[in-house]
Design a protein. Structure first.
Length: 789
């Protein structure tokens, strides 16, 4: 039987739960208790200073824990038999319905920084941001999940958990990297660990009445009609295609040719022989001919060769594209658009354009597929190249920049085809990036993405809008027929979603390649005595800063001080003792922004993966030294304005004693000198220390980080891939997550836990792809007794 626990895992007295007079029996702990997930983004109104002050005084952990019990029509947070706060009425009503007649337990968690901030407010405005873990018996899990979703309460991945528990979230649609079985699995988190999931708190849960839906069932299509089609591969393609790639070519060709597919959104109705018609699956609209979107989503997992499929389609349709370009210019609301034979391929970064160019040279005969890069300062005097090339490459940033400045070069063209690489970049309809892309004109539209749904069902809605799927491309219709049914709690609530994705999407997993699963190993390392003392001193210093900020004796915001302190502790685990204060290194600054959830470009709303002063390191827009585009107040970085933000290896004196973690890395690399290894870290400073350490031991390496120019990055990558004696690649995670192929690597080292696991997963995915012939081992490092646990 699980034992009830309070803050920091302290057991309640042996006679059971606290003697709160209104505690209800069904909230007791049951024998087969499992954790269902967390309710996030909710608040509780503080009931006074006493209990909350006692919580803050008694415990120095990064979060606080309270039991939740019923008091009349409300639920209250309790600590040591004293009320701390009360949930709002709407949430209480939903919880009451969900746990009625069920053995369910609720546990609240409060971030210490949030509690401190709340104490500064007046009592009437004192709201505590909390997260609620939900526990129930295995038998009741499905029913509780269904009732919660019916009340529009959706469970998210855990951030807080105090002991080992069995975990099964009934509101989860599994994506790549998650288990494919439907069984309950063990899920262990430590006190200080915080997992920032890619899932957000949305109004749509992705479950099927408690049964987890495999993403391959959701996004896969029956391929029998494609097998029968047997579309030939164009003579311009010199590479042999695998069966799954030929199937994708068949799927794309059929949609572009207007053939009626088995999984159409239009049903043929010939009950009236004199006037048969097609009827739309969702709204019943009738038409003499079906109006299908001439495009779709290629949602294969990363590494299955989506680029080769795309090039094969482009090569095989050049004759049709030329005929399209030869038609008269079309008038669209008095704005003439010039038709072109070109396929416009939009990518996240210029580095990815070079990857595409390499794919062209690898898979096609010389001169058979012409291409042009629409990037850089010379891009506006190129009309003929945009018209004559088979492929035009550009970046999301370039497209957005032109859109914002009214330079609509690309929007004046009627493209034969548009392909969005990493199409999830447009998942937010509110961004200028989405608007710039969706306003382009094209005959055919395709999305390439292994994750068509990242945060919520609205992500898919944005792709559907770009594809211009009739009826569903409008927001009200998508919500009515897709989003609303999902949140209804009904058993068949995913039927419409499955119908849609089966019609417009094809997806296969890495299983078709028969690649071995990577081996994951975790190294939990004890600190040395010196490190323990230094860490304890740093922790005390951080707590003092927070307390002084709270009391007003130190300038600054409490939230910023807490996050700055967490960053300092994280950096210590990698780099050892270092100077305190606002980070002046670009990667540290980005990590600081990530903790604030502000690593988003104020210009185009895109996620920032690295900061740089070099114009050619990203997708056409570079970030200036003051970091205006990152949305950081200038005053925040004033003190670092005159500092060197880049640290040269030659200027760093040899350290007398390297940190334990980096010495452990050295030991592993030394034991695997003849294997290609990639070392990932969020921080360039860490990699510079590693580089110094490796140099002192005669270990050759390449290094790629955000401040390097594109040409320098390619040079470093080629050195790693082609030189036998260079078997180690040091890389910051932001650059590793976008646009690199690392299939030569057999060992991956992750030097610290990440705030955003999806960035880590994308970086790892660069090695787990078509062309990988080695078994891949992933090694993670965690320092014991620190914020990393």
């Amino acid at each position: 039987m699980s034992i009830p626990q309070d803050t920091l895992g302290q057991n309640w007295p042996s006679d059971g739960w606290p003697s709160w007079e209104t505690t209800i029996p069904e909230m007791g702990v049951c024998v087969e208790e499992i954790c269902l997930g967390a309710i996030i983004g909710v608040t509780a109104k503080s009931d006074g200073d006493g209990a909350l002050n006692r919580l803050l005084a008694d415990h120095s952990a990064s979060f606080l824990s309270c039991s939740i019990v019923r008091e009349g029509d409300f639920f209250v947070l309790v600590h040591e038999e004293k009320k701390v706060a009360r949930l709002n009425k709407e949430l209480c009503t939903g919880l009451s319905k969900a746990i009625r007649n069920q053995q369910t337990r609720l546990q609240a968690y409060i971030a210490r920084g949030d509690a401190i901030l709340a104490m500064q407010e007046t009592k009437s405005k004192r709201l505590l941001p909390i997260e609620i873990n939900v526990y129930a018996s295995l038998d009741d899990a499905d029913d509780v999940g269904a009732k919660l979703s019916k009340s529009h309460i959706f469970l998210q991945p855990l951030r807080y958990e105090l002991n080992e528990r069995r975990y099964m979230n009934p509101h989860v649609l599994r994506f790549e990297g998650q288990p494919n079985d439907d069984t309950v699995h063990d899920y262990t988190l430590s006190d200080a660990e915080e997992i920032h999931s890619i899932h957000s708190s949305s109004d749509e849960s992705l479950s099927s009445d408690g049964d987890e839906i495999d993403v391959d069932d959701m996004f896969g299509v029956q391929l029998q009609h494609i097998f029968q089609a047997n579309f030939p591969v164009d003579r311009r393609i010199k590479s042999s295609l695998l069966q799954h790639q030929k199937e994708a070519i068949g799927f794309i060709s059929q949609r572009e040719n207007g053939q009626i597919l088995e999984h159409s959104l239009w049903n043929y109705n010939d009950t009236d022989e004199d006037e048969p018609f097609y009827q739309h699956f969702f709204n019943g609209e009738r038409r003499a001919k079906p109006q299908e979107a001439s495009g779709g989503i290629l949602a294969d997992e990363m590494g299955l060769g989506k680029s080769l499929v795309t090039l094969s389609i482009i090569a095989g349709s050049l004759d049709v594209a030329e005929r399209f370009a030869g038609r008269p210019e079309q008038s669209d609301l008095s704005k003439k658009k010039s038709p072109t034979q070109a396929t416009l391929i939009v990518v996240p970064s210029t580095l990815l354009i070079d990857n595409w160019v390499n794919e062209i040279r690898r898979h096609t005969f010389p001169g058979s597929l012409s291409f042009h890069k629409h990037i850089g300062s010379e891009r506006h005097a190129e009309r003929e190249l945009l018209q004559k090339s088979a492929i035009v490459f550009t970046t999301y940033a370039t497209l957005t920049s032109e859109y914002c400045r009214g330079q609509n070069t690309l929007s004046k063209i009627d493209w034969f085809r548009i392909v969005l690489d990493e199409a999830h970049y447009i998942r937010n309809r509110a961004t200028k990036q989405f608007q710039a892309v969706v306003n382009l004109s094209a005959q055919h539209r395709w999305c390439l993405t292994g994750t068509p749904i990242q945060n919520s069902i609205d992500d898919l809605g944005a792709l559907v809008a770009f594809l211009r799927v009739p009826i569903l491309d409008r927001v009200p219709a998508f919500r009515k027929f897709i989003s609303t049914p999902i949140s209804s709690g009904k058993r068949d609530r995913f039927h419409n979603l499955q119908t849609l994705v089966h019609a417009i999407c094809i997806r296969r997993t890495r299983d078709v390649l028969n690649l071995p699963e990577p081996t994951t190993e975790t190294r939990k390392l004890p600190m040395s005595l010196v490190e323990k003392t230094q860490y304890r001193d740093l922790l005390h210093e951080c707590m003092t800063k927070i307390d002084m900020t709270v009391s007003g004796r130190r300038n600054g915001k409490v939230n910023s001080t807490v996050l700055e302190s967490l960053l300092s502790l994280r950096l210590f685990c990698n780099n050892g003792k270092a100077a305190a204060g606002i980070p002046v290194d670009s990667d540290e600054a980005l990590s600081y922004l990530e903790q604030l959830d502000k690593n988003v470009c104020s210009y185009c709303s895109s996620t920032i993966f690295w900061l740089s002063d070099t114009p050619d390191t990203d997708g056409g827009i570079f970030l200036s030294g003051c970091r205006h585009l990152s949305g950081v107040p200038i005053s925040l970085l004033e003190k670092s304005k005159n500092h060197h933000t880049l640290i040269e290896i030659r200027a760093t004196p040899l350290m007398k004693q390297y940190p334990t973690k980096l010495l452990a890395l050295l030991s592993e690399i030394s034991q695997n000198r003849h294997r290609k290894c990639v070392v990932f870290s969020s921080w360039k400073k860490t990699l510079l220390i590693v580089a110094e350490l490796f140099s002192s031991k005669g270990i050759k390496y390449s290094m790629i980080e955000g401040s390097l120019s594109l040409s320098k990055r390619l040079q470093e990558l080629q050195k790693y891939q082609n030189q036998m004696e260079t078997n180690v690649l040091l890389m910051t995670l932001g650059t590793g997550a976008v646009g690199l192929n690392l299939t030569t690597s057999s060992r991956i080292y992750l030097l610290e836990p990440q705030w955003n696991p999806s960035i880590e997963a994308q970086a790892i995915g660069r090695a787990l792809r078509l062309g990988q012939v080695s078994n891949v081992t992933i090694v993670r490092y965690i320092m014991e007794g620190t914020v990393e646990e």
